[in-house]
Write a new protein. Sequence first.
Length: 588
Amino acid sequence: MPAELIDEPLGIEFVSTARRTTATVYIGKTCNPQLAREMLIGLCNLVHPHGPIDELKTFQQYVTAIRRFVAELAERGHTGGAADLSRARLAEYWMSAGNAREYKTRRMVAALDRETFVLRPDVRALVGGRHFNPQRRRDKRPSVPYTEGEWQRLQQVCRAIIRATFAEHHAALAAAERGRDPREHGWSFDNLCWLLGQHGPVTWTAFDREHGSAAGKACIELLPRACTALFVDTNVALAYRLLLGTYIGVVPDGIEALGVEDLDWAGDATILLGYLKGRTTTESVTLNRRSVRLVEQWLEHSAPTRNLAPPETRAKLWTRYVPGRYDDVATVPFTSGQVTEWAERGHPAVTEAGLALAADDGSPLRIDRRRIRATFTSLRDRKSWFGSTRSTVDPNHTPAVEGDNYLTATTPAQRDAVETIIENSQADLLRKAQPPIVLSTESTVELVERFPDTIRAMGLHDTTVTELVNTANRDVFVAACADQLSGLHGPVGKPCPARPWVCLLCPLAIFTPRHAVNLLRMQAFFARQWQQLPSAQFMVLFGPYAQRIDAILAAFRDRDPALLVRAARDVADIDAELPLLPEERTTS
C-alpha cells in the first residue's frame, strides 16, 4: 500500500509512486493519541491511488497539519476522538485557522468519515460545506523572463564551467591511469589521483589522519585539486542542471527529481525524458541534440561519483560530492542558498573567459529556476506550431494562464515582433476581403471605363494596363501581375518569390481569359491535395486559395460559359503542369 498506519510508535509509512521513494513519519508525543490516529487513517485514504497525495513534501505538510489540529483542539478542551467532535468546536477551529490548515484538515476528516462513518450528521454537513477561509489568488507577479542578454550570459557561464571542469576531469582520469600507489612511489599528483580513484574522495582531516602528517604536507595543494577534478561537486552539478533547464524548459522540481531510469533511450541520439510535474502528473519530453549531448557528458563526468553512492540512491541523476555532509556523496535537491552561493562565488574558468554573471544593469544576476522555465517558454521558437489547432503553447495551461504569465511578459524586441505580426495579419485580412479583378474582354478601353477606382488604387498607367490585358509580358502562372518588384511578398526591388497559388489572393493580380487553363490546372492540383491531406491540414495550407479560385472561375463562367469548356481540354491533371517544388508534389 502507498500509505500504511504504524501504531507503535504512532506514525505512518508513505511510498511515493511518482518519485519511487519511501519515508516513515512519526507523530511524536501528542495530547490526544486517539484523534491523531483517526486523522492518520483519513490521511491514508488521501494518498495515491486513493487520493491526490503523491509527493513527500505534500505528505509531510499534512502530517504537520495533524499535529497542530490535535494540539490546538486539546488546548480548547477536546480530548476525545472524531466521534466526539462538535459542530461548534470544528467551526471555531477552522474560523481561526488559515486556508491551508482548514483545507488539509477538512479533507482528512472527510476521508476518515467516508472510511468509518464516525461523524455526527450535523458535523458531517459542516465538513462537506463551504470553507470559512476560501483560497484566494496569490497576490504576486508572474515570473518575469530574463532578457536576451542575461539569458545568453547565463548559458555562457554554465558552458564555461562545464567545459573547463570536464577537461580537468579527463586529465585527472589520465593521471590516475599513469599513477601508482603513493605510499610506495611518492606523493605526486598522478599517484594521488590513483589513490583517490581506488578509495574515493576524502577530506583534508581524514587524509591527514589516514596517511600521517608527512603525506599531508606533501599533498596540501594537490588533494583539493585532485578531488575537484575526479569527482563532481555542487558547483559543477548546478552548472549542468541550470544549462539543461535552459535547453529543455522543464519545471524545476521535475529536473530536481530526475533519475537515470527516467532517461529512455530511443536509439543512439534520442532521449525521451520522463519527469513529474507537481501540479499535474508524469509527463515526458523528447530532448533535442544539444540536450542529449549534455546529458551524455554529465553521465560520463559524474560516473566516478555515482559509483560511490549507496545502491539505493545511485539511480538519482544529480549525484555529487559534498565534503562533510550527507555521507559525502549527496543526491538531495539543491537548495536556494546553494544556487545563490553558486551565482555569487563564480568560478576561475568564468573569470579566465572574461565572462560575468550579471544583469543588464551591471548588478549580480539573481538565479531563479522558475524564471528559467518562463524564459524558455517566452523564447520558444513557435515555427513548429504553425497551423496547430491548439489554442495554447503548453497543453497544461489555459489561454488565460498563458496570457497572464507568459504572453504578457515579453521583451521589447518580442513586443515589436508581435505587433508586426498583428499588422501583417490585418493587412492580409483586408487583401483577402477584396474581390478578385476578373476581366471578360481583352479591351483596354473597357477596362479603364469599367474599373476606374481599381486603376486609381493600383496606381497604373495606360501602358501598364495595356501590358496587363493584351500581352503576357507581366504574366505569372495564374494571373497578370501589376508589379512583380513591389516587395509585397519579398524584398523590395527583387522578383516576387511567392508560390503560384499565393497570387490568387494578391491585390496586384489581374485574371484574364488567357489564364483560364492555368487556373483549372491549379484547381485540379487543389483537388489532388484534398484527397491526400487531412481536411484540417488542407484548410490551413490551401483553404483560402481554393475558395478564391472557385470565385474566379465562377466569374469566368458567368461571362463566357464556353471559355472553361475550351480551357479544360488542355488540362491533364498532373503535377508536371505546375511549377512545383519536389516536396509540393502529390503522390498520385
